[in-house]
Write a protein that binds this ligand. Sequence first.
Ligand SMILES: CC(C)(COP(=O)(O)OP(=O)(O)OC[C@H]1O[C@@H](n2cnc3c(N)ncnc32)[C@H](O)[C@@H]1OP(=O)(O)O)[C@@H](O)C(=O)NCCC(=O)NCCS
Length: 334
Amino acid sequence: MVGSMDAKALTDFDLFADAAPADIAAWAQRLTPVSFGTGEPMMREGGVSDAFYVVLSGEAIVTHRVGPAPETVGTLRSGSIIGELGLLRQRLRAATVLVTNPITALRGDADAFAELLAIAGVRPRLSKIVAGRLAGFAPITPVPLKHGHVIGMRAGLPSDRPYLADAIKRMSAESLHRRFFSAGVPDHLIDYLVDIDYVDHFSWVALESPSPDATPIGSCRYIRSFEDRRKAEVAFGIVDEWQGKGIGTVLIGALAIAASITGITTFTATVLYDNQPMRSIFNRAGAHWTHLEPGVLNTEVPAAGYRDVLSPGVQQRLATVSSDIIWGAGTMLF
Ligand SMILES: CC(C)(COP(=O)(O)OP(=O)(O)OC[C@H]1O[C@@H](n2cnc3c(N)ncnc32)[C@H](O)[C@@H]1OP(=O)(O)O)[C@@H](O)C(=O)NCCC(=O)NCCS
């Protein structure tokens, strides 16, 4: 039986911020208080998915086996939910959770999880968590560039904020101006760039090599239009020393794959008149340019125009990765 203090604590968590406190308090009665000591596993990768937990206090690390060794992919603290992926996908546990500071939590079964999804205001917040975790667990796709170097490609993550801030610091004034039409990037804009929901806002990150600890060297995104759900604005940023090597071209090919899964058919962009590399990328798909204001152009191109940019093998891998993530986000949203 969950005490009224614990039920009240739940209503303060971000995950439940858009739900009615009375609904959460009533649902909490379906959960069981549990505790775990330091060093204890809350769950193990490959184990049966029979429950989820909402952490009340303490700390645990989440690891996932990418290569031969497990990688730490996150930390759980007060307010975190864990175990939801296995229940949602009806698959074995995708991660191991090891307690680093004694944990108190509330445990729920598959029925309690289904009831949680039915509470108004919970799904959109849970959707971001689920999709972000799927993106974090997804394998990195090796992508050969035209001159032979192989970069890595993975979906963008909310946890990319520090990398993004660092990459922005490394960009020249000209690149910053071309990307942001300004000399600096305010913090709230960086927050917005990592506020990814994978359905209306999808991002790919290019890594120096296909290794999990490789440095990010560029990213791209599309953000769906409110007015026309089949259109999305695209934007790119590649650190200066990696420009001109074909990364922008493969990034738009990758965006086109994710777009085809989310029903986006048209890419739109606003580009400075003298940004020849970006204009070349849009010209490849038959861009017609209109003048928005002096020195600034607009265009729309069919996303399908980038179908042949990537090899069939790379297309297949990126399609598998992105459809898994978008499925996770979409199932939760709709
Ligand atoms: C614009 C940008 C994303 C392009 O990515 P990139 O990896 O440098 O571009 P690519 O190497 O894939 O080349 C794309 C095209 O531009 C051409 N190009 C590349 N560098 C060029 C240069 N310095 N001058 C003229 N053309 C150039 C390439 O030949 C290629 O043309 P093609 O398709 O006809 O072969 C990248 O340069 C960048 O991040 N610039 C700064 C930020 C920015 O401008 N963002 C775009 C605003 S949305």
